[in-house]
Design a protein around this ligand. Structure first.
Ligand code: FDA
Length: 392
């Protein structure tokens, strides 16, 4: 006998889908979740270095990228980081703030998945895992989902299958194909929060693989003060991951290697330590190998006393806005999230329903809303899942 009946089917057992199903289930809706993966919350399990950076206290719409920068305001305003913290505390999960408002489990990420599954249990949610979706039909106001395991139907369908970042964890572009079939537009998906690659010509920097330093990284109008890390292929580290979400092919990245030094530092150093060299001076502020590479690139080998003020001022200018021209990113295989996705102009800001397809919803990373690094993406998953779950 076919299981059911169901009031809603949620496609995807990630953070957004689990939250949505739990909320709707606890409101008395009969909810089915279908996922082709065997493990619910696969990305939660590996997030935040295994401790899940589950939210950010500084969550605000301006920390999200979207073609409509106001779209996320309603959902984020109605389900806040504090709401999620209360849920976490209700489940006895200890947490701490690491830095910049980022909240992590003291224990480990599986606690968050266990919490969401317990919430789903409390709502009587049915989970079907490890089932590939063969077809999704829509007729007479009902959605029919056919999987390896059978056919299931409901008057409401939630697309929560995320974006294509990290395919080896089961990520696909399924959400976009499905959305298009229902007449929704898709904003070009691009890898985001992803390392940038540098062309072979930047060999000197490639040789710095493993060196990290605090910087301010800039791309267009976006600026982030955090660490940058040189890699064998180019640039990574939080500051670079942040600007990567804004980066487009052909655009330059600017890096300030001296964020903690006052303007005019080099010329002032010439007065206080005339016998030192640029390399040694930079070595007081930057890792030694990086200091050597930058001094070499600037072509300043003499002591500061023997270097003209204008040359030092010019050098400082470059050190404060060192330009890299990346030739690409490490792609979806390494991207923490996807920028772009199901266009927000076909969705309600309040409950994430499709304005032209009654009963259809899209939530989480599948939607064209992408957060900064640091817990913002999970907060969007919870908030959008909650908003849809309240409406189902
Ligand atoms: P998510 O991708 O989590 O879930 C989608 C589900 O749909 C998956 O279970 C998948 O198997 C399923 N699915 C996909 N295609 C399907 C198909 N065709 N048929 C059936 N099922 C299908 N964010 C943050 O805020 N803090 C953090 O610490 C981290 N850390 C982090 C680390 C790493 C390595 C990654 C890759 C990502 C993060 N993120 C993060 C980002 C965060 O993981 C991401 O934003 C959320 O998981 C998105 O939640 P969703 O539920 O929308 O999609």
């Amino acid at each position: 006998m076919a299981p059911g009946p169901f009031d809603a089917i949620v496609l995807g057992a990630g953070g957004a889908g689990l939250m949505c199903a739990a909320v709707a289930g606890q409101r008395g809706r009969r909810v089915l979740i279908i996922d082709h993966g065997r493990e619910p919350g696969a990305k939660i399990l590996i997030s935040g270095g295994g401790r899940c950076n589950f939210t950010n206290l500084h969550t605000a719409p301006d920390r999200y990228l979207s073609a409509n920068p106001h779209f996320a305001r309603s959902a984020l305003g109605r389900y806040t980081p504090q709401d999620f913290v209360e849920l976490v505390e209700r489940h006895g999960i200890a947490w701490h703030e690491k830095t910049l408002g980022q909240l992590f489990c003291d224990g480990s990420a599986p606690q968050i998945v266990r919490m969401l599954l317990d919430e789903c249990d409390a709502g009587g949610v049915t989970l079907r895992l490890g089932e590939a979706i063969r077809d999704v039909g829509h007729a007479d106001g009902r959605f029919t989902v056919t999987t390896d395991g059978g056919a299931f139907d409901a008057p409401r369908l939630v697309i929560a299958t995320g974006g294509p970042s990290i395919p080896k964890l089961g990520a696909t572009g399924f959400a976009y194909d499905l959305a298009r079939r229902f007449g929704l537009m898709v904003v070009e998906p691009r890898p985001a929060l992803v390392p940038l690659t540098l062309p072979p010509g930047e060999a000197l920097f490639h040789s710095l693989a493993g060196v990290a330093t605090p910087v301010v990284a800039r791309c267009g109008g976006a600026r982030f003060g955090e660490a940058a890390l040189f890699t064998h292929r180019g640039l990574s580290g939080p500051a670079i991951l942040q600007v990567s979400s804004y980066w487009r092919h052909g655009q330059a990245i600017g890096i300030d290697f001296l964020p903690c030094r006052d303007a005019g530092w080099l010329v002032a150093a010439k007065r206080s330590a005339p016998r030192t060299t640029l390399r040694r001076l930079l070595g007081d502020t930057l890792p030694d190998r990086l200091a050597a590479t930058l001094a070499e690139q600037l072509g300043v080998a003499a002591t500061l006393a023997d270097t003209r003020d204008a040359v030092l001022a010019d050098g400082e200018k470059r050190l404060r806005d060192w330009t890299f021209l990346p030739n690409g990113t490490e792609g979806f295989a390494k991207a923490e999230v996807t920028v772009g996705g199901i266009a927000t102009d076909g969705l309600s800001q309040r409950d994430l329903s499709a304005t032209r397809v009654p009963g259809l919803y899209a939530i989480g990373e599948a939607v064209d809303v992408t957060g900064w690094l640091g817990g913002y993406n999970f907060q969007w998953a919870w908030a959008s899942g909650w908003a849809a779950g309240e409406a189902l």
